[in-house]
Design a protein around this ligand. Structure first.
Ligand SMILES: C[S@@+](CC[C@H](N)C(=O)[O-])C[C@H]1O[C@@H](n2cnc3c(N)ncnc32)[C@H](O)[C@@H]1O
Length: 295
């Protein structure tokens, strides 16, 4: 493609409101096998489809993975959650990626570990199909509501439970950019009244599935973090918060205590008063600092 046509594409995209028009133009030119296909791709993008849905892939944790139409596009900020998980995971590790969407989180974590048993699940058939393609032989992808499709043999054995659940408060869904509001399924976004309905359901069940010392990792908005900490604490997990200002990411981690064989699950440490600790985002990279606040 000529430089002239590249700049024409960028102009079209800019007029359609694409902030990174030049970069996107390059990607669309690379993806198009012919001028006709280029017009089609540029037309779709200019009409407001997310770039990732137009291209058919998204970049996450340094790898390209398939993202089909109607499947949630993994966000760059969620790479911070994965980095926390990598730091926590024992080896070998049993990993569950609940609400997996395209399977991005579980795949990235599995790729970072040598020995892992990975299970991913989602309620949306389109997401499950997409995750199966992405995860391939690295794990199993199940279809169904939260934990329901997981094999029972995982009870009490999950070392890392990734759960990037929908957490947008219902009333705020209408305020999202059209790319999300129109082109991503509502079930991937809407977390109920305060945005934490799905997180509450996950937290209540998590202790049954977690191995002693295993952790649940969820993402929340900055505004939700205090409530999210209480959700995890209320479920019997020891909560802490890690933030990455550069990625605008807040991750709440709830860790299960050790359990005596056959005994009840312990309550979290009593010393953790308040909203749970807020830490330097270990492994979070530049700009991922202790925000100093008590959450
Ligand atoms: C915010 S998206 C996150 C997707 C993926 N984890 C990521 O970060 O790219 C939430 C996902 O949760 C799924 N989901 C919503 N409610 C669910 C439920 N009750 N059971 C299983 N999956 C659910 C949606 O289909 C969607 O794929």
């Amino acid at each position: 493609m000529s430089v002239h046509s590249l700049s024409r594409t960028a102009d079209t995209l800019r007029r359609a409101g694409c902030v990174f028009a030049e970069d996107e133009a390059v990607l669309l030119h690379e993806a198009a096998a012919s001028p006709d296909q280029l017009s089609l791709l540029v037309g779709r993008r200019a009409a407001g489809l997310p770039l990732e849905h137009v291209l058919g892939w998204a970049e996450f944790c340094g790898r390209r993975l398939a993202v089909d139409a109607g499947v949630f596009v993994p966000r760059r900020r969620t790479e911070f959650l994965v980095r926390q998980a990598v730091a926590l995971a024992p080896e070998p590790a049993v990993v569950v990626d609940l609400c997996c969407g395209s399977g991005a989180l579980g795949l990235a974590l599995a790729a970072a570990l040598d020995r892992v048993e990975l299970h991913a699940c989602d309620v949306e058939p389109a997401a499950v199909r997409c995750a199966r393609r992405n995860v391939g032989g690295l794990g199993q992808v199940h279809e169904g509501d939260l934990f329901a499709p997981l094999p029972e043999r995982l009870l009490g054995r999950v070392d890392v439970l990734l759960a990037n659940v929908p957490y947008v408060p219902s009333a705020d869904v209408e305020l999202l950019p059209a790319e999300a509001r129109v082109h991503e399924p509502r079930v991937a976004l809407d977390g109920g009244g305060d945005g934490l309905d799905v997180m509450r359901r996950v937290a209540v069940e998590a202790p049954r599935w977690l191995a002693p010392g295993g952790s649940l990792l969820v993402e929340a908005s900055e505004r939700q973090r205090g409530a999210a900490v209480e959700v995890l604490r209320g479920a019997g997990l020891s909560p802490r918060v890690v933030v990455c200002e550069e990625l605008y990411a807040t991750v709440v981690i709830g860790t299960a205590g050790a359990r005596a064989p056959g005994g009840p699950w312990p309550r979290p440490e009593s010393g953790r008063a308040g909203l749970g600790s807020v830490e330097i985002g270990s492994g979070g990279g530049r700009g991922c600092d202790d925000d100093g606040a008590g959450a």
